[in-house]
Design a protein around this ligand. Structure first.
Ligand SMILES: C[S@@+](CC[C@H](N)C(=O)[O-])C[C@H]1O[C@@H](n2cnc3c(N)ncnc32)[C@H](O)[C@@H]1O
Length: 282
């Protein structure tokens, strides 16, 4: 065996190593980490199979492989992820936006008026707020998070997608929403019951911020706070739309109805799981 580490040899070795470590998407992850290291896309990688890596490339790549082997999510190592066909910068201060959340964006776009004032509660990377602002040039979006580090990431993403002038960033607790009236309040809040956090996949449990995951003893703390405030923060006809965890639709629906909201609706994701619950102020 030659000592030359060509692109193909490095990929095959790394994919095998990841497989041994129980990483399911072993070859894809190896490809994406090496493509990032060499500054090319995946096709560019295939065109360079016989090319040897130089010492600096090998050093950088090894460091990234070691991070992934410790189950750090690929998106944090790459520093970005795609959501709503837009590239979002990420740091470990923010949840990695999930494709499921695009269903919430779709519902908000379908339900908001042409000119809307929108509040995104728990904005994280800004995935929801920025996607809505990109799609609806007449919408003004306030993005709230308790984490200043998350807000800094969201702000960077708003600039990246040239919507910063229509976004307002608010640092604060969702238990005290701004005293304003909105046409839409959207949220993908923390919703995992505290006791379930320990059983999550290591990639999530050990690397994503618990602030973004922990929904309190029954997972419903954020929904309770949002339901209680929605009637005074929505204009008449305005809607509250939230992403929920699997099986939470009944409990969240009851919270919304008991708070006096009407026209309860639900929306499933593409796997058929109810992901969005919403209701409207009369
Ligand atoms: C599940 S993440 C959602 C992030 C992003 N909206 C998304 O969909 O990818 C929840 C977010 O809520 C924020 N958060 C947690 N507790 C909060 C609180 N009490 N007040 C405001 N934001 C909070 C977290 O910092 C985190 O960014």
């Amino acid at each position: 065996m030659t000592d030359v580490w060509t692109v193909l040899r490095v990929l095959e070795w790394t994919a095998g190593y990841f497989r041994e470590r129980g990483i399911e998407s072993a070859r894809l992850d190896a490809d994406l980490l090496l493509a990032k290291t060499l500054g090319v896309d995946r096709v560019g990688l295939y065109l360079r199979y016989d090319q040897p890596l130089n010492a600096e490339e090998l050093r950088l790549f090894r460091a990234r492989v070691a991070r992934r082997a410790r189950r750090e999510p690929l998106a944090y190592i790459l520093g970005e992820v795609e959501f709503w066909s837009l590239a979002f910068a990420l740091t470990p201060d923010v949840l990695i936006p999930r494709p499921d959340t695009e269903v919430l964006v779709e519902e908000a776009l379908a339900r908001g008026p042409e000119e809307a004032r929108v509040l995104d509660v728990g904005t994280g990377s800004g995935a929801i707020a920025v996607s809505l602002a990109v799609e609806r040039p007449a919408w003004q979006v306030a993005a709230l998070d308790v984490s200043p580090a998350a807000l800094a990431v969201a702000q960077g993403n708003a600039h990246r997608h040239q919507v910063a002038e229509r976004l307002r960033f608010l640092q604060g607790d969702l238990a005290r929403l701004p005293q304003e009236e909105f046409d839409l309040i959207v949220a993908n809040p923390p919703y995992i019951p505290s006791a379930d956090l320990a059983g999550l996949m290591p990639d999530v449990r050990d690397h994503e911020p618990h602030l973004a995951l922990d929904g309190g003893p029954d997972g419903l703390a954020a929904y309770r706070a949002l339901a209680a405030q929605a009637p005074s923060r929505l204009r008449s006809g305005g809607s509250l739309l939230v992403e929920i965890g699997q099986g939470q639709e009944q409990a969240v629906g009851e919270l919304f109805t008991r708070a006096g909201l009407q026209g309860l609706f639900r929306r499933a994701d593409y796997a058929g799981i109810i992901r969005v619950v919403g209701a409207t102020r009369k």
